[in-house]
Write a protein that binds this ligand. Structure first.
Ligand code: C2E
Ligand code: MG
Ligand code: MG
Ligand code: MG
Length: 288
């Protein structure tokens, strides 16, 4: 029996704190295994192009099919992966899988453009451009078919390194897109410095487009300014036909949202293409 030393640091037992740490630790362990055990899967959400376009545009969205927990949405593990640094492994997995799929479609004669998400932290990794190029080469995929979606926060946090990497990524021939535009520190002066091709207006502005005049002003002026800068505009979170029509009137280029399609497993994309009225781009204007 040893007497307690008076100056020893005693961990105050806080059950909630302890449980939270234990839960995080087990999530991290499981997340590590998720990649090794191939529990991640990509879903693809189709976009509607307002002008006729031969190519189809999709966004790759990761899902975790956990053996016990079931389907885990990205918001339940991506932010955590970003905090722990494990996002790098996930991003590499996503990038590799999306590029492989895109190349497979192209070999099957289908022109499909695939967007994928890059976290702020990934963008600051100096080896990201090389990794990307290596994967394109490994799968014989054309860079022009891939769009990397980034958020502005990456550039705000460390502009010099982020912009340098963006320039190197752009030089590979891929497209770059600003995701969730309007939610961050978004000033168009930042966007102007960024070598991007596309701007995705966050769904929080799109959802109330036809009901909140303030949101319509934001969306309309964003589209105008983006076009003046030579950028393509995608609207996120399009859930109703009213909103889709209004976006078309405002000159938006692409629409993404549950109206057009939910994110789909690869096997379900063919069904969507064969049956959805939105699978034919430019169908609003041609039917009007
Ligand atoms: P995001 O990149 O802005 O992706 C769009 C999200 O909005 C997706 O959620 C999509 O399912 C959802 N969404 C699409 N249309 C609608 C709609 O009409 N209404 C509503 N309410 N939601 C809609 P998801 O798949 O849950 O992904 C959430 C976020 O997680 C993504 O937002 C992205 O930031 C992140 N994420 C997803 N996959 C990846 C990935 O592979 N890597 C990284 N780093 N982040 C990812
Ligand atoms: Mg995205
Ligand atoms: Mg987005
Ligand atoms: Mg979003």
């Amino acid at each position: 029996y040893k007497a307690k030393r008076h100056n020893a640091t005693v961990e105050v037992y806080d059950p909630t704190h302890h449980q939270r740490n234990a839960a995080r630790l087990s999530l991290l362990t499981e997340l590590r295994q998720a990649v090794e055990r191939d529990e991640l899967v990509l879903y693809y959400q189709p976009k509607y192009a307002f002008k006729p376009d031969k190519a189809l545009h999709l966004e790759a969205l990761v899902r975790w099919v956990h053996p016990q927990r079931g389907f885990v949405p990205p918001m339940e593990f991506i932010p955590f992966a970003e905090q722990t640094g494990y996002i790098k492994a996930i991003t590499q997995w996503v990038m590799n899988r999306a590029i492989q799929q895109c190349a497979e479609w192209q070999r099957a004669g289908r022109e499909i453009h695939v967007g994928l998400n890059i976290s702020a932290r990934d963008l600051l990794q100096p080896d990201l451009p090389e990794t990307f190029v290596r994967m394109l080469e490994a799968h014989a995929c054309e860079a022009r078919l891939i769009t990397l979606e980034i958020t502005e926060s990456a550039v705000v946090d460390d502009p010099r390194n982020a912009l340098a990497n963006l320039e190197r990524l752009r030089a590979t021939g891929c497209s770059l897109s600003i995701d969730d535009y309007g939610t961050g520190y978004s000033s168009l002066s930042y966007v102007r410095q960024m070598p991007v091709h596309e701007l995705k207006i966050d769904r929080s502005f799109v959802m109330n487009l036809t009901t909140h005049p303030g949101d319509e002003i934001i969306v309309r002026s964003t589209i105008e300014l983006a076009h003046d800068m030579g950028l393509t505009v995608t609207a996120e979170g399009v859930e109703t036909e009213d909103i889709l029509l209004r976006l078309g009137e405002l000159g938006c280029d692409l629409a993404q949202g549950y109206l057009v399609s939910r994110p789909l497993a690869v096997a379900d994309l063919d069904v969507w293409m064969a049956n959805s009225p939105w699978a034919r781009s430019g169908s609003i204007s041609s039917s009007a």
